[in-house]
Design a protein around this ligand. Structure first.
Ligand SMILES: [Zn+2]
Length: 71
């Protein structure tokens, strides 16, 4: 099941650690058992993966950036 999606062409879904596509590139030293994948609408491929904690941090960073004053 994929969640949401946005017009830039990706949707997101959560998988377990054992289902990670690009395990060698996953940056996680928290021992997260859940991984968020970004799936391209165009290719249907997993384009990006983040562990749950990193995904939450990235979401927070993006949210803060979107609310910030322009430089
Ligand atoms: Zn992690």
């Amino acid at each position: 099941m994929s969640l949401g999606g946005f017009q830039s062409g990706f949707s997101a879904r959560k998988v377990s650690r054992s289902e990670v596509r690009w395990g060698q590139f996953l940056i996680c030293n928290h021992g997260c058992e859940e991984v968020i994948q970004l799936i391209s609408h165009v290719s249907g491929e997993v384009e990006f993966e983040l562990c749950k904690i990193e995904a939450e941090r990235m979401a927070h960073v993006l949210l803060e950036a979107s609310k910030a004053e322009r430089l």
